[in-house]
Ligand binder design. Structure first.
Ligand code: NAP
Length: 457
């Protein structure tokens, strides 16, 4: 333990997991000095770039993060890219410990023929696009076709379906990117199919999210009663679990199946036990071939989908695969390609040989994989920061080789990096809100990094 300088920690990534790591460190070790590093000029990770714009209430969690960032011992170093502006080795020279909190930014493939056709997209691209994330703002989605298929039964699929089904008036009241609002205003999408490979009991969505699909002002909900007749395996699974969500979901789906269409204009169709077999079309997606499934016991004890040998074809002009996110390796940091995570034990990063790397920790989706809601990151961060503090208190963390706290910002500036500080972000935040207010909207986001830096002068 170094008595000469306080514990210094860098957190790479400023989504919920990074902020909760900072919060726990400040609480348990009040003398800690923390630098929050983000490659974007804006903080909050998926809260800004992932949470659906029509869920503004969920986004209000940023008030908690604001308080953390405002602490004198915390600095925000935005617009700084790990591995480009700063190497892992350089970073480790300035801190006792580094916490990787970079999330899981990319998508998983379906692995079916035709997936590369125009009109076939990762849901993650669409999510980034409608949220005004600079990496995705130039993506183009052809919303001129009447039918869209969303593959997957998780909450991201639900978000995508909802945004496609919202009326322009509803979207106007959100912080959806201006270009996305305009594109969705022109949308000719009428039928939105959400397709699950397993049955209604195995849906990955949570119940409030599912319920919302039946309460859309501009869209009817269509569920086939026959799809809700359970196989013996699902009935047994329902009876055996303590988790109330599948039971609630089934009740909600039964309620949907009994509803009459009200002619709202658009229809959300929920279809179960179907797997995409191929995407087909001349140069672009025109239809999707869906294989019918039945459920059979898996080695894990769960039920898995197996082909029933029958297929159907659904005409569709746009396909979004929403089958989970996947982590991306950070330059120089160990990575488990298959799972898309940084290998770790209880948050301590492991070398390729399996030994803990002193001073390196991991939190959030890049630690445990892309699962859980925002709050899941609290206990997750607690585990990793407890490991860090235990290592520090036990003398296992070497003091930084460079003790001047200003040395890192100086190095970055010498490399031509325009560091965006917390005060800078607060100016951007105020500008976005003011631009939104002028249009009767909660916020009008800057969606290009140059635009953000330009606004800061
Ligand atoms: P997810 O919850 O893991 O759901 C993935 C879905 O894709 C599952 O239905 C899965 O079916 C299906 N799938 C996987 N591989 C497939 C394949 N090859 N073919 C067809 N279907 C396939 O992932 P997510 O929706 O990306 O969400 C990630 C996390 O963020 C979740 O924990 C979610 O709850 C959270 N989230 C929460 C909110 C919210 O609270 N409002 C909003 C968005 C996201 P199987 O079950 O059969 O594998």
């Amino acid at each position: 333990m170094s008595a000469s300088i306080p514990l210094r920690v860098a957190i790479v990534g400023t989504g919920p997991s990074g902020f909760y790591a900072a919060e726990h460190l400040l609480k348990v070790h009040p003398g800690v000095e923390i630098d929050l590093i983000d490659r974007l000029p804006t903080p909050y990770g998926l809260v800004r770039g992932g949470v659906a714009p029509d869920h503004q209430k969920i986004k209000s969690v940023t008030r908690v993060y604001e308080k953390i960032a405002a602490k004198p011992a915390v600095r925000f170093l935005g617009n700084v890219t790990f591995g480009r502006d700063l190497s892992r080795e350089e970073l480790l020279r300035h801190y006792h410990a580094v916490i990787y909190a970079v999330g899981a930014p990319t998508d998983r493939n379906l692995g079916v023929a035709g997936e590369e056709l125009a009109g076939s997209h990762a849901a993650t691209d669409f999510v980034g696009w409608y949220n005004g994330h600079p990496d995705y703002r130039d993506k183009v989605f052809d919303l001129s076709r009447p039918s869209v298929a969303v593959i997957g039964m998780g909450n991201v699929a639900v978000d995508v379906v909802r945004i496609l089904a919202r009326t322009p008036e509803e979207l106007h009241g959100t912080d959806i990117a201006e270009y996305a609002l305009e594109a969705l205003r022109q949308s000719r999408v009428r039928d939105i199919y959400m397709i699950g490979r397993r049955g209604p009991v195995q849906g990955a969505f949570t119940n409030p999210e599912l319920k919302e699909l039946g309460e859309m002002p501009g869209a009817d909900i269509d569920v086939r009663a026959a799809d809700l007749e359970l196989d013996p395996g699902s009935t047994a699974a329902l009876a055996a679990t303590d988790d109330k969500t599948p039971e609630k979901n089934l009740a909600t789906l039964r309620h949907f199946a009994a509803k009459r269409a009200e002619g709202k204009g658009k229809t959300i169709h929920l279809r179960f036990l179907l797997s995409p077999v191929a995407l087909q079309g001349e140069g672009r997606v025109e239809r999707i071939v869906l294989g019918h499934n039945r459920l059979v016991p898996a080695a894990s004890g769960d039920l898995k989908a197996e082909s029933a040998g029958v297929s159907e074809t659904l005409p569709t002009g746009l396909v979004f695969r929403s089958v989970g996110y996947h982590g991306v390796a950070l330059p120089g940091v160990p990575f488990d390609q298959k799972r898309g995570v940084i290998p770790n034990t209880a948050g301590r990063v492991l070398s390729t040989g399996g030994a803990p790397l002193p001073g390196e920790y991991v939190v959030g989706w890049i630690k445990r994989g892309p699962s859980g809601v925002i709050g899941t990151n609290k206990p997750d961060a607690l585990e990793s920061t407890n490991a860090l503090l235990s290592d520090y208190n036990g003398g296992a963390l070497a003091a930084p080789a460079i003790t001047d706290r200003e040395a890192l910002p100086r190095l970055l500036v010498s490399r031509g990096v325009r560091i965006v500080t917390w005060q800078d972000w607060q100016r951007l935040d105020a500008l976005e809100k003011a631009r939104g207010e002028a249009l009767g909207r909660p916020r009008l986001k800057f969606t290009r990094i140059e635009e953000m830096l330009g606004a800061l002068g």
